[in-house]
Design a protein around this ligand. Structure first.
Ligand SMILES: [Zn+2]
Length: 145
């Protein structure tokens, strides 16, 4: 994991956050160097995931001076991705196939009196996190199966 991403996650989770990193046995993903020189096609491919034995439809380099590669995915052991441990979404999604109970959808938040323009979620639903619902894979970055 890039040191910048790690530091950002540490700022979010606090200094007690001690994730357990590993490498995926199943998946690889496209990693682009993201900056002002990154071209559209490389940027669009950044983060796309395949099974390890799958052959991507296109592979880097896409052009001269392409700084992309397809690497084995880094993983974080479930229960260590946040300071919430077994109450974190990483753990409940893996072992219970659901988000933690403190995740509420927009409809439920609205019933409690949530108004987006007031930013009052913390007042009407304390300690809750808003979920926007089902992940649709619109950019096609997740494998089909
Ligand atoms: Zn590239």
């Amino acid at each position: 994991m890039e040191i910048f991403a790690y530091l950002l996650l540490q700022i979010i989770n606090g200094e007690d956050w001690k994730p357990k990193f590993s490498e995926s046995k199943k998946y690889k993903n496209w990693i682009s160097t993201l900056d002002f020189k990154t071209c559209y096609d490389c940027r669009k491919s950044h983060g796309k995931i395949w099974k390890i034995d799958e052959k991507p439809d296109k592979e880097p380099p896409l052009h001269t001076n392409c700084r992309c590669s397809i690497l084995i995915m880094k993983t974080i052991k479930a229960g260590t991705a946040t300071i919430n441990n077994k109450y974190g979404a990483d753990w409940t999604l893996k072992y219970q196939s659901k988000l933690p109970d403190y995740y509420i959808d927009y409809q439920k938040a609205k019933i409690s009196g949530f108004k987006n323009f007031l930013g009052n979620l913390g007042k009407v639903a304390p300690d809750c996190t808003l979920t926007k619902g089902e992940y649709k894979n619109r950019n096609g970055h997740l494998p089909n199966k």
